[in-house]
Every structure is written in structure tokens, then in C-alpha cells.
Design a protein around this ligand. Structure first.
Ligand code: SF4
Length: 211
């Protein structure tokens, strides 16, 4: 086996156990096709599905595959106006299933996410009955401090490159702990435990996904 894959599999096994201790559901998948199969298994027919910050779920082909299923997709990118887009973002907060990613995870089973608008972290905290997190093993840090550091100094400056914003990180590629009106780091969420048990489900993928 590829040495990195082997390392991911070993760390993935530890992380699954640690997430389960915190009452998350957790699965380790060797690659994106196994991850796609697992995600589809976790989503029943007839549900409404929203998402936010879900680049890894896109990368495993989940949104494409869901178009073939008997589900309702709350796709804000299909909105005809800003008003419709804002409405869809609010509907995602009460979707049956919310798909998202992680900016970072710690090996002891905690998730770190940073949000600009807050819609993603809001849905992780409360609302959808089921939250499915797809995360590549490149997101896993040894400690919670390391995970916060990853989210703030790597994921956020990388994310800022996707937007037309006037933040220092957009210019330099590094976080300057800014207070810019355009700042995308407005909420910092640590998800350390799951109640009700199993509401948040992790699909960890032995590949590099997302930012
Ligand atoms: S410079 Fe501002 S927007 Fe950019 S990563 Fe740092 S806090 Fe976030």
C-alpha cells in the first residue's frame, strides 16, 4: 500500500474510535468511491438536503449522484436571484439532511469550522436532523490546538482566494487576524460531542480533499 494511504488508514481507525466515544457516527473509507457509497447509504429517499462548505462532498461526486435519487436538493447555486438564494440558505437550516465538510479535525475526535456568513456552523449546531461531514484525512491534526491553527492559518486563507473580498489574506495568502469588513472568519466553531447521539456522521476519506 502507498505509505501515505497506510498512515491515513491507521490514523483513520484511531479517529473513528475517538469520534464514536463522543457519540458521533463515524466511518473510514479508503477512497472517494467508497465514501460516495457510504454517503448514499446514509441518505434515505424522500428527504430534503441542504449543504454549505461541502467541497469534499462535491469532490466525491455526492451532489451529482443525489440528482439521480428521489430527494429534494436545496441548491442555492440554482437560484434565479439573490433573494431566492438567501431563502434557500435559510431553508437549509431546517433541511432533513445537511452536508458539509470540516476545516480541521483533531485526532481525539473534535471538529473545527470557521464561517463567514454563519449558515454552515448554524446548521451543524442545530436544525437538520442529520448532518453528514465528508472530510479527507489531510484535515486531521494531532491536537485541537493544531486543528484551530489549521483552520485559521491554512483553510481560511485558502478559502478567501475563492471570493472577491478585500482581506489581507486574499493579498498575501496568510492570515493577519484581520478585522476587515469582508472578513470570512466571523464564527469559530468547535464541535466536541454529539447530542443526540449519531446526529452528526463523519465519513473520513483516505485521500486529500477540500482546502
Ligand atoms: S486575514 Fe482575516 S479573513 Fe483572512 S484568514 Fe485571517 S481573519 Fe480570516
Amino acid at each position: 500500500m502507498d505509505p501515505k494511504k497506510e498512515m491515513y488508514a491507521k490514523r483513520g481507525a484511531q479517529l473513528v474510535k475517538n469520534l464514536q466515544k463522543r457519540h458521533f457516527e463515524a466511518y473510514y473509507c479508503d477512497d472517494r468511491s467508497a465514501a460516495l457509497e457510504k454517503a448514499l447509504e446514509l441518505i434515505p429517499d424522500g428527504v430534503t438536503i441542504g449543504w454549505g462548505g461541502a467541497m469534499s462532498a462535491q469532490q466525491i461526486g455526492l451532489m451529482e449522484a443525489l440528482k439521480e435519487r428521489n430527494v429534494t436538493l436545496l441548491d442555492r447555486d440554482k437560484a434565479a436571484s439573490q433573494q431566492e438564494r438567501a431563502g434557500l440558505m435559510k431553508q437549509c437550516l431546517t433541511a432533513d439532511v445537511f452536508l458539509t465538510g470540516a476545516n480541521a479535525l483533531s485526532l481525539d475526535g473534535q471538529m473545527v469550522n470557521i464561517d463567514g456568513n454563519g449558515n454552515r456552523v448554524a446548521a451543524i449546531v442545530y436544525g437538520p436532523d442529520s448532518v453528514i461531514v465528508v472530510a479527507g484525512m489531510n484535515k486531521v491534526c494531532d491536537t485541537l490546538e493544531g486543528a484551530v491553527q489549521r483552520a485559521r492559518t491554512l483553510a481560511a486563507p485558502a478559502n478567501s482566494q475563492r471570493f472577491e473580498i478585500a482581506t489581507p489574506c486574499k493579498q498575501t495568502g496568510s492570515c493577519h487576524d484581520c478585522l476587515s469588513p469582508d472578513c470570512i472568519c466571523n464564527q469559530l466553531l468547535i464541535t466536541r460531542h454529539c447530542r443526540p447521539a449519531g446526529r452528526i456522521k463523519f465519513i473520513l476519506v483516505g485521500e486529500e480533499l477540500g482546502l
